[in-house]
Design a binder for this molecule. Structure first.
Ligand SMILES: Nc1nc2c(ncn2[C@@H]2O[C@H](COP(=O)(O)OP(=O)(O)OP(=O)(O)O)[C@@H](O)[C@H]2O)c(=O)[nH]1
Ligand SMILES: [Mg+2]
Length: 202
């Protein structure tokens, strides 16, 4: 994917503030600290466009980045951040949920999971819901640089087995923003979904 232009458009505290202009949205979801904002910067080839942090719970709003004036990449708040107070935590889930379910232009979701972990209850729940909603999703395994090649290969096999019922083989995308691995493979999978409907018909 050639990135010609990227513009930060806005942060939204609720989904009604999201841009609605007919351009497709690609949302990026996952547990806090999994590397959502870092992946967005890597995918866009920009060093610090989406703000990253070593402290979980950094991204608290829906952040919209317009790419090539053609589609939005959307940085979502993380889920499962235990340190946040209950009230705030309770508000994050519904906001993301309402946006994913209610926005007419959300075309696909990247579901980020840390390669070193295992699919947790939150991920299982989200995938079950995505399966029902029909929104296409792409599981992405982050921070693969944290394991040496042999351990990495073993963990990848484990994830492929775990995810068999959820996605087709080859659908898992391993990435490392640090080593700059996996970007083009991931773009190749999602790009076909990011075509504006009126353009696809033309
Ligand atoms: N080694 C390594 N570290 C990474 C990678 N991606 C992200 N990180 C680190 O993981 C931490 C969290 O990254 P973020 O991108 O801020 O995570 P996030 O998912 O946006 O977190 P929230 O906004 O809190 O939900 C940062 O310290 C990043 O530098 C990676 O591919 N490799
Ligand atoms: Mg973030």
């Amino acid at each position: 994917m050639k990135i010609n232009t990227v513009e930060f458009i806005k942060s939204a505290a609720e989904f009604s503030q999201a841009p609605v202009d007919g351009l497709p949205h690609l949302a990026v979801a996952g547990r806090s600290n999994v590397g959502k904002s870092t992946l967005i910067n890597y995918l866009l080839g920009r060093r610090s466009l989406a703000r990253t942090s070593g402290k979980p719970g950094h991204t608290r709003l829906l952040n919209f980045f317009l790419v090539n004036k053609a589609f939005y990449l959307v940085d979502l708040p993380g889920y499962g951040y235990a340190a946040v107070d209950r009230k705030t935590k309770g508000e994050w889930g519904p906001m993301v949920h309402d946006y994913l379910e209610g926005h007419p232009d959300v075309k696909a979701l990247l579901l980020l999971m840390d390669l070193r972990r295992e699919p947790a209850q939150e991920e299982a729940r989200l995938m079950a819901w995505l399966g029902k909603s029909g929104l296409p999703f792409f599981p992405v395994l982050t921070k693969i640089d944290k394991l040496k090649p042999q351990a990495r290969a073993k963990k990848l096999r484990f994830w492929r087995e775990q995810m068999q019922g959820e996605v087709a083989s080859g659908a898992l995308s391993p990435v490392s923003a640090l080593l700059k691995l996996g970007r083009e493979e991931l773009w190749a999978k999602v790009a076909p979904l990011l075509v504006k409907e009126s353009d696809a018909e033309a």
